[in-house]
Design a protein around this ligand. Structure first.
Ligand code: SAH
Ligand code: SF4
Ligand code: F3S
Length: 464
């Protein structure tokens, strides 16, 4: 049985009424600007927030300083993410001196940290509205209260979390869309704060997911990315996620991607899906975190180096051209030189297309934050640099291997620097730039790869 705690329809309806009431207020803000920090979950949440603000009659303003309402959707996965959010907020204090009428709102994961809401109230009294990840759907009600009572609204609830369906949305792209299939995380990796700020795992009804996908497809979306902290645990794990992929494929969506998968839950059915489903793109982000079994055990990752390598082998057997990317943490408490070298050797062995690498950042309330950690930061920095250098060399070799191939690229954008150049991703998720024009955005183009840069490819349209 999978728990699916839906926000009652009557509550969503009540929020819709608040949207109408805000819209009719004479003194409501006219424009908004959202700053999104963190991962794709936050990006998707920001699309919902933008949808709600639009429904309240506000217009999106691209210049932050000009907006009447500035909203920060925050992240706290590492200390620097949090510092960025707080640094920004302090800067807003100055702006508020110049324009006292602007409204400053803070939402997202950081607000859910223990004691954070109280701290914000005491230290940053110029913030008008604080809400958490679990009550984001009540933003219209909070904004109404703020505008009618004219004093700050700080509302963060501690909860296992629920699912709010049927909220408005404003999608960032017309051709490539995120679809949330699940929320929260039950894994409690010992270093990670996400389960504390995003609540327990809960999955959306597959019929709702399919309905959303169908609607997007009808509106011209060419690529969907399914989102969840651990999409493999969808509906409690097993083959449910792979089944969802088959059903989405049958709808006729040209390209399907997803993130993120946890190695411990990567099912045989999902591996088989890579061989069978044409619309499933040959790319998998599979965070490994470390190449050493003792560190993996202390991270509570529940797989071994050997198991991870076995999964990689099976995936490559099912889908020889699959591109693998990963996340790695360097300097976990007590990590020895040898244990770090095990990570380096795993990177050599797997040959990831790319890797996000992080120095361990202690997060209050997590188990790893309490573990003794004697390694000096400078040594951790040296280690991560070694890893980055090695990975960059491998990434470059893999990019060079793509030269000469012809790939179908979904054109996503015009280059900011050169209006005659467009960019998009290959099926394997490599970015390619090539001469073209804005009319091609949202179309699939046959592109011959002509050269490889540091992180991206260059190509040219295949004529005839
Ligand atoms: N749910 C995803 C990852 C979410 S966080 C998964 O399990 O794969 C994204 C990445 O941030 C993690 O994969 C991890 O590498 C990194 N990370 C999380 N907590 C961290 C911490 N305390 N210090 C350093 N890196 C961390
Ligand atoms: Fe964090 Fe682990 Fe959950 Fe990923 S799986 S969000 S790293 S606890
Ligand atoms: Fe950050 Fe929250 Fe995502 S902590 S990484 S924005 S789930």
């Amino acid at each position: 049985m999978q728990d699916r705690p839906l926000v009652p329809e009557s509550e969503i309806h009540a929020q819709r009424e608040f949207m109408d009431r805000v819209r009719l207020l004479a003194h409501r803000p006219q424009s908004y600007h959202i700053v999104t920090l963190g991962c794709q979950m936050n990006e998707r949440d920001s699309e919902t927030i933008a949808g709600m603000l639009d429904a309240m009659g506000l217009c999106q303003e691209s210049v932050r300083e000009k907006a009447d309402l500035i909203l920060y959707n925050t992240c706290c996965v590492r200390e620097n993410a949090e510092n960025r959010a707080l640094g920004n907020v302090i800067w807003l204090k100055e702006l508020k001196k110049e324009r006292p009428e602007i409204l400053i709102c803070v939402g997202g994961c950081m607000t859910q940290e223990e004691g954070m809401a109280r701290r914000m109230k005491e230290m940053y009294p110029f913030i008008d509205l604080v809400f958490g990840t679990h009550n984001m759907y009540r933003l219209p009600e909070y904004l109404f209260r703020l505008l009618s009572e004219r004093h700050p609204v700080i509302e963060v609830v501690n909860s296992d979390g629920s699912i709010a369906e049927g909220l408005p949305e404003k999608r960032a792209s017309k051709y490539s869309a995120f679809i949330n299939i699940m929320y929260g995380c039950n894994n409690f990796c010992s270093y990670c704060i996400v389960p504390y700020v995003r609540g327990r795992e809960r999955s959306r009804d597959p019929e709702m997911v399919l309905e959303e996908a169908k609607r997007l497809l009808d509106a011209g979306v060419q690529e969907i990315t399914l989102l969840g902290q651990n999409v493999n645990s969808y509906m409690g794990g097993g083959s449910a996620f792979a089944e969802l992929l088959y059903r989405l494929d049958r709808l006729g969506i040209p390209r399907i991607r997803f993130m993120t998968s946890h190695p411990k839950d990567l099912s045989e059915e999902l591996i088989a899906a890579y061989a069978e489903i044409k619309s499933l793109m040959p790319h998998l982000h599979l965070p490994v975190q470390s190449g050493n079994n003792e560190i993996l055990r202390r991270m509570n990752r529940r797989y071994t180096r050997e198991r991870y390598l076995e999964l990689v082998e099976k995936l490559r057997k099912a889908c020889p051209d699959i591109g693998l990317t990963t996340d790695i943490i360097v300097g976990f408490p007590g990590e020895t030189e040898q244990q770090f070298l095990d990570t380096l050797s795993l990177v050599e062995e797997v040959r990831f297309d790319s890797a996000f690498t992080f120095i361990f950042s202690p997060r209050k309330g997590t188990r790893a934050a309490e573990m003794p950690d004697e390694t000096p930061y400078a040594l951790k920095s040296e280690r991560i640099q070694l890893l980055i250098d090695r990975q960059q060399a491998i990434s470059r070799e893999i990019l060079l291997e793509q030269v000469g191939k012809v790939e179908t690229v979904l054109v996503e954008s015009v280059s900011a620097r050169d209006a005659q150049s467009v960019g998009g991703k290959t099926p394997r998720s490599h970015m390619v730039n090539f001469p073209g024009n804005a009319e091609w955005i949202g179309r699939f183009m046959p592109v011959e790869i002509v050269s490889a840069g540091k992180n991206t490819l260059r190509g040219k349209i295949l004529e005839g």
